[in-house]
Every structure is written in C-alpha cells, then in structure tokens.
Write a protein that binds this ligand. Sequence first.
Ligand SMILES: Cc1cc2nc3c(=O)[nH]c(=O)nc-3n(C[C@H](O)[C@H](O)[C@H](O)COP(=O)(O)O)c2cc1C
Length: 214
Amino acid sequence: MKLHDMRKEFGSQLDEELELPESPFETFQLWFQEARKLYRDDANCFVLSTATAQGTPSSRVVLLKDFNEKGLSFFTNYTSVKAKNIQENPQVSCLFYWSTLEKQIRIKAKAKILSKKDSETYFHERPRNSQIAAWASKQSRQIESKRELVKQFLDYKEEFKEKEKIPYPEFWGGYLLVPEEFEFWQGGLYRLHDRIVYTKKEGSKSWQQSRLSP
Ligand SMILES: Cc1cc2nc3c(=O)[nH]c(=O)nc-3n(C[C@H](O)[C@H](O)[C@H](O)COP(=O)(O)O)c2cc1C
C-alpha cells in the first residue's frame, strides 16, 4: 500500500508566528480548552509511552483526568504493563494530537503513584459498572475468552450486590506525571511548523522557552 499521495496541508500564512504565555501550564490550559470545545470527550485522550529499564518502549492511549501545576493524572491497573514499566523506569512521554486544530503537545515527565486517598476518591466517582469492571479485569494478562471476562464481571456484580459502595481495589489507581519538558507544535504552511519547547532551568522553578526548527 503506497500512500505517497496522502497529503494534508497545514497553516495558511507564511509569516504566522506562534507566541505563547510564559508558563507551559497556562499554554496547556489554553490549548486544552480549545480542544475540548471541538473534541468534547475525546480531547483528554493522550498517548502515554513508557519503557522498561532496558529501554524497550511501549505506547498506549489513556485518559487525562486532572491537570494542574503539579502535573497530569491518569488512572490504571497497577499490575498492567505500563505500571510495571513505570515501577522500573519512571521516565514517561505524553503525546496529545488534535488534528483539526493542527496542534500537538509532547511532555516529558516523571511518574509518581497518586495517594491512595486520591485514587480511592476518583474510583468511587466512576459509574458502578466501571468500578466492578476494574475488579474483573486483570489488565494486560492473557485470558481464554471474552466469556471468561464477562463471567468475572458478573461474579463480582453478584458478590457486591448488597453493597452500596463497591470496595476499592488496591491494585487500581492513579499516577501523577510531573512534567520536565513541554513541546507545543502548531502546523504551519509548507511544513514550516512552529515548535516551542519549555525547559526548566537547572535548580530553578521557572521555565525557559526556545524555538525548534520543524
Ligand atoms: C480512548 C481510550 C482510552 C483509554 N483510557 C485508558 C485509561 O485511562 N487507563 C488505562 O489503563 N487504559 C486505558 N485505555 C486502554 C489502554 O490503551 C491499554 O490498552 C491498556 O491500559 C493496557 O495497556 P498496557 O498493557 O500497556 O499497560 C484506553 C484506550 C483507549 C483507546
């Protein structure tokens, strides 16, 4: 399958220059708000890349559930492949791409386990069936059939039927991804894209902006 003729044009003006706020967190908020208007409940999908201690990478989509100056949060199963990777190598990469906006955000971050209290609070905010599904799924482990998974789900549903509150599974929870570098990419005419990187000065809390060639 040759795809040479697939070609999307970006941008509209040659001299359009992207100017961004001093804080990468403010820029993220602005871009995310714009994406949310357009993509609604898909705006918070991002690709999370992790790697083993030996450096073997793997990527998957997860959902952003909180963002502030401390970092980005998402939730998962602590026995999954990504969780095992994070345990041996906390360096991760996050990637957001909103095609219609011609925007990409790349964030290098260090992952930390969220407090049990925060994970438990969010767990109970989820729909009851999603909470039960978290019990039923031994994420990333091989299973015989979909039927086996559904049976697990129905068994837990039965087990918890008298309980008003589903117990919190200790193997499920969140991570806080603490940003170390941000890159904001805006599509430009003739592939002359804007790329603005924010790095942290050594030992300082302030961020420095620089522009990269596309
Ligand atoms: C739109 C979308 C949203 C997803 N959100 C999450 C999520 O928030 N947490 C999660 O653990 N997996 C989520 N997944 C599933 C992951 O992509 C992945 O299949 C799963 O976490 C297992 O990954 P691992 O084996 O690399 O750990 C999502 C998948 C899609 C397509």
